[in-house]
Design a protein around this ligand. Structure first.
Ligand code: GTP
Ligand code: ZN
Length: 340
């Protein structure tokens, strides 16, 4: 099917790989792959070597089923959307009271979880972002902005590094060129990065810095509107080129990040606790009061932080109550898997 692709170098820069090429069969002859750059309620745009192109949607198409970063097959002359290719990774969040997860971005290699060296730094919220990255199969990197405004950036960095085993932590000034150098390993050709973090931590500033000299995609391409509290928030989800050769997706604000159907993401985040639980005396230990609890013993010895254990239990409980369950054969409750 490679013959249908006449601009392969551009596509490879954009993250096209065998994972997607292998999905194109004889039935797909004549269609051309494009990557989604913008998702709006009634419109999808893809990126091409000549700029953004608006797709023609088939009747009853639901744009909520598509994410920025998705690869889709399109009829070249009419730009009619044919089908979406299976995703490598998908960042999504549970929405209270809804069955479908809300899609944030697809086929993302690295998630920059952005917070700043000030009161925005909140372990419980950062852990929720980490769960989302782990569950998606996306590598998380913790980016601490505004390091230039404090004298104790190291204290924040140390706390951040304790959030998850082997978590890369980068402290920087998002407005400086050194920020691009510090983040360069994740921004190379063919790589896709997404950004999450609260309003005001410096996400737009970082996108502009990573886009390189003279480029300010966030001011030109971003749509800004006011939220209920009158703050300006970035609402466009869009794909921007980085000077390092990769692409970056600025996701819309995600306040109230609830978890659901993310058991794997939680186990990875709290690996040091997850590994202790099987050593408890009771297999259904709640790690609250039972004798012989390995988790409580680790807290008592000072090896584990009490507050982190409390956050772990809270996320587990929330996840159980938000995870759809089916009654399987002989009454076994089995997890209903998400569609990728
Ligand atoms: N000194 C300093 N200022 C920064 C840094 N990062 C961002 N700022 C400033 O903080 C303010 C907010 O930055 P933005 O990039 O707009 O924040 P944002 O995360 O995109 O915010 P939303 O668009 O509301 O989601 C701006 O005035 C930036 O110039 C930094 O590392 N150091
Ligand atoms: Zn226990």
């Amino acid at each position: 099917m490679e013959s249908a692709i006449d601009n392969l170098p551009f596509m490879l820069d954009l993250g096209w790989s065998e994972v997607f090429a292998d999905q194109m069969g004889a039935d797909d002859e004549g269609y051309r792959p494009y990557r989604i750059a913008e998702v709006h309620r009634a419109r999808l745009s893809v990126i091409s070597d000549t700029g953004l192109l608006r797709l023609t949607l088939p009747p009853r198409a639901n744009t909520a089923e598509y994410a920025v970063g998705d690869w889709v097959l399109v009829t070249p002359d009419t730009l009619l959307l044919h089908r979406r290719l299976d995703r490598k990774t998908v960042l999504q969040r549970h929405v209270e009271g809804q069955h479908m997860q809300q899609l944030a971005a697809a086929n993302v290699d690295t998630l920059f979880i952005v917070t700043s060296c000030n009161a925005d730094f909140n372990p419980a919220r950062l852990e929720r972002y980490l769960v989302m990255a782990n569950e998606a199969g996306t590598t998380p990197v913790l980016v601490l902005t505004k390091a230039d405004t404090v004298s104790d950036a190291e204290t924040y960095a140390r706390q951040a590094a304790g959030l998850q085993r082997d978590l890369p932590v980068v402290t920087l000034n998002a407005r400086s060129d050194e920020a691009a150098t510090a983040l360069a390993p994740w921004c190379l050709k063919g790589q896709t990065v997404a950004l999450v973090g609260s309003s005001g931590v410096g996400k737009s500033t970082l996108v502009n810095t990573l886009a390189g000299a003279g480029q300010s995609p966030q001011q030109t391409g971003g749509i800004r509107e006011q939220d209920a509290k009158g703050r300006h928030t970035t609402t466009a989800r869009s794909l921007h080129a980085m000077s390092g050769g990769g692409w970056i997706i600025d996701t819309p604000g995600m306040r109230n990040l609830h978890v659901g159907d993310v058991a794997y993401g939680i186990d990875t985040l709290f690996a040091e606790i997850t590994e202790l639980a099987p050593l408890c005396k009771f297999s259904d230990c709640s790690h609250a009061h039972e004798p012989g609890c390995a988790v409580r013993a680790a807290v008592a010895s000072g090896a584990l932080d009490e507050e982190r254990v409390a956050r772990w239990r809270k996320l587990l409980e929330e996840n159980v109550s938000n995870t759809p369950v089916q009654t399987g054969p002989r009454g076994n409750r089995t997890l209903q898997r998400k569609n990728r």
